[in-house]
Design a protein around this ligand. Sequence first.
Ligand code: PHE
Length: 361
Amino acid sequence: MTDLLEPGQRDAWLAEIAAAGDAPTLKDVESRLLGKTGAISELLKSVPKLPPEDRPAAGKAAHALKQELGAALDARREALDAAALEAELAGGDFDPSEPALRDGPGSGPTRSVRVPLGLRRGTLHPISIVRNELVDLFKSLGFAWLDGPEIENEHHNFEALNIPGDHPARDSQDTFWLDDGNLLRTHTSPVQIRAMQRFEPPMKVIVPGRCFRAESVDASHEHTFYQMEGLVVGEGVSTANLIHTMKTCLREILRRDIEVRLRPGFFPFVEPGFELDVNCPFCSGKGCSVCKHTGWIEILPCGMVHPNVLKAGGIDSERYTGFAFGMGLQRVVMLRYGIDDIRLFMGGDLAFLAQFDEVSE
Ligand code: PHE
């Protein structure tokens, strides 16, 4: 080795690395030392020219020196980075609450704070985006936002909603039962009962939340899904109020002027019960494969709260009436963005999920 290097050369290189005062200078030193045509490459190239008995030791020493210089460069780079960050933080114009650069250096607003390559700011899930917007909308209409347990008892999930044990409606809401007799709620409707038990009329509440059913999964069914329940109870609440409220909200959330229509629908906890349809966004009502050539898309079930349900909630059903609706959040998201497979939401596909970022700004 000593044959290959001038005396003191190694120390000189290490000193040069230690003296590099900023990142560009360090880079320059690095390429002179370790670059393709750098000093160490030259050194390695000269090994074969040595007498055969000297080559193994010289080669080993050259590699060791390469590693030593590499480590010194890394250490210096880290020290410079830390110092730069320190200076930035001390500089007073650093705002830790500012959103991170989206895709690391080189995109978005230019700042000298370095974001490690590959670090991406997360985005809201499209279901959260739509849920948040709906909550804001309903809040602006005077609704309160309630939450309820995902593990429910049979009474709240079924009986109090006018679905006794032998009712056929239980078949369509098969779910996951726990050993203690409780179940994973099949809809957000049990929170209607909890709300009525807790508050006096008049009341207007929404309940976004996760629900579960023992469904086989396909393009439009998931075993885990999101609903948003709505309940309004007061004196003189009518179907006209229901239609107006739904129209107002759906127009906003689907971002277009819409037509709605009601068809009869059966749910034991409403009477009368309806399926509410909107005119198809894909063909403007002319008829296409999405709306099965009807021009209408079923968007949510709703109805006037059944007197038995009011009673189960401790409300005087002679004096008060109410309406309720159960919005399938995934369905609304699918309609709004034209997504045709419900399984995409849970697939954990970041490329799919990141597309909805525009609205989460
Ligand atoms: N809970 C019903 C379901 O999940 C939907 C619904 C809610 C229907 C409120 C009418 C009124 O199928």
